[in-house]
Ligand binder design. Structure first.
Ligand SMILES: *Cc1c(COP(=O)(O)O)cnc(C)c1O
Length: 374
């Protein structure tokens, strides 16, 4: 039996929606499915949601809306995806890397406070595996110094910090609908605009820097170039596909949570034996079971485990590699060591976790246990 590391979600109603979009004659952006997705997202507790072509483009849009440019410092966890940093680096900003917590890949919020300088313009909080960062501390730091917060919630649709959906807390949130995420449309994303006073400009930036929305609403006689912007929106074909999946989000996340919980209880014995660590979820976080990972003792053991599982037909994967040590950045990095980020780069391994994993999970559990009994 083969157990792939990931299988993109297929709900079954995607085709119907996509065919409907085609026969409607409206396949470019901002038709009924784009509106439907925005409405569904806003119904989850977001003040304003705009679909984008990716989480990356949502982060870039946030950078543009915050007028980020040369001379601005942006605090970003080093244990992050490439575009978490690139969205700001491409604007000429100075990237200031922060370490992860000792017991979680999420950024150490106390360290964020220490990294703030008069040039700090924004903090990027990445909710790893859909598990919330300590947003209480991060928001407090941001308010104290008058700086913006952007949540890279690429992985966390359906997750919460206390009672608030992730991505709704900072100035902006970004989510991914890439096919590796809980729900998707191949490639896609959304930006959450969380302060009402930014709504109007967000509509303009989203629509190529034009005031087309004001024109469509009859507020101006013609539309034109009024600000910076780009083409951030997906086509109706993507939105139609996404609408089918978003509708089933609760069902999908609850099945994933069952699988997550099962890994967690069945692998507890290994943590008790002291051979590995299981994920730690803080009390303020309700998560969407995006990732189940283990933390091995060292890199050699992590790599061996991945190889061994592969021989048993099971896909598993390491994850982010510290960005401050990346080929692009390492020569410009002059900050301190970031040992926790490096440790998660070396020792974290993700197990298969997807909606239709089903009984195959038993085999994964059996083989992980067997690896440590050899
Ligand atoms: C997947 C992911 C992204 C990128 O998402 P895209 O939609 O592919 O641009 C960004 N940040 C994190 C944390 C991710 O996991």
């Amino acid at each position: 039996m083969q157990v792939p590391f990931n299988r993109p979600l297929v709900i079954g109603t995607e085709q119907e929606n996509v065919l409907d979009a085609i026969s409607s004659g409206h396949t470019s952006a901002n038709g009924k499915y784009t509106q439907l997705c925005s409405t569904m997202l806003e119904g989850m507790g977001y003040q304003k949601a705009l679909l984008t072509t990716s989480c990356t483009s949502a982060l870039e849009m946030a950078a543009l809306l915050l007028d980020i440019g040369p001379g601005d410092e942006i605090i970003i966890p080093s244990y992050a995806f490439v575009t978490t940093a690139n969205a700001f680096a491409t604007k000429g900003a100075t990237i200031v890397f922060a370490d992860s917590l000792t017991d979680h890949p999420n950024v150490d919020s106390a360290e964020v406070e220490r990294l703030v300088t008069p040039k700090t313009k924004a903090i990027v909080a990445l909710h790893y595996g859909g598990v919330s960062c300590d947003m209480g501390v991060i928001i407090q730091t941001a308010e104290k110094h008058g700086i913006a917060v952007i949540e890279d919630n690429a992985q966390g649709i359906g997750s919460k910090y206390l009672s608030k959906p992730l991505g709704s807390i900072g100035d902006f949130g970004a989510v991914s609908f890439h096919d590796s995420k809980n729900v998707h449309c191949g490639e896609g994303g959304a930006i959450f605009v969380n302060r009402k006073n930014r709504n109007e400009r967000a509509d303009v930036v989203w629509d190529k820097g034009t005031n087309r929305k004001a024109f469509q609403n009859g507020k101006v006689n013609q539309y034109g170039w009024v600000d910076l912007g780009s083409s951030y929106y997906p086509s109706e074909l993507n939105a139609a596909f996404l609408a089918a999946q978003l509708k089933e989000l609760e069902k999908v996340n609850s099945e994933r949570k069952n699988l997550w919980d099962k890994y967690h209880s069945k692998l507890e014995s290994l943590e008790k034996q002291g051979v590995l660590k299981r994920p730690n979820v803080p009390g303020y976080a309700t998560h969407n079971a995006h990732i189940y990972y283990l933390e091995t003792k060292n890199k050699a053991e992590r790599d061996n485990l991945i190889e061994w599982l592969k021989k048993q037909g099971i896909g598993s994967a390491f994850h982010f590699q510290s960005l401050h040590k990346s080929p692009y950045f390492k020569n410009q990095y002059n900050g301190p060591q970031l040992p926790n980020s490096d440790r998660f780069s070396d020792t974290l391994v993700r197990l298969p976790l997807y909606f239709d994993l089903g009984e195959k999970q038993e085999l994964v559990i059996e083989k992980v246990l067997a690896y440590y009994q050899q």
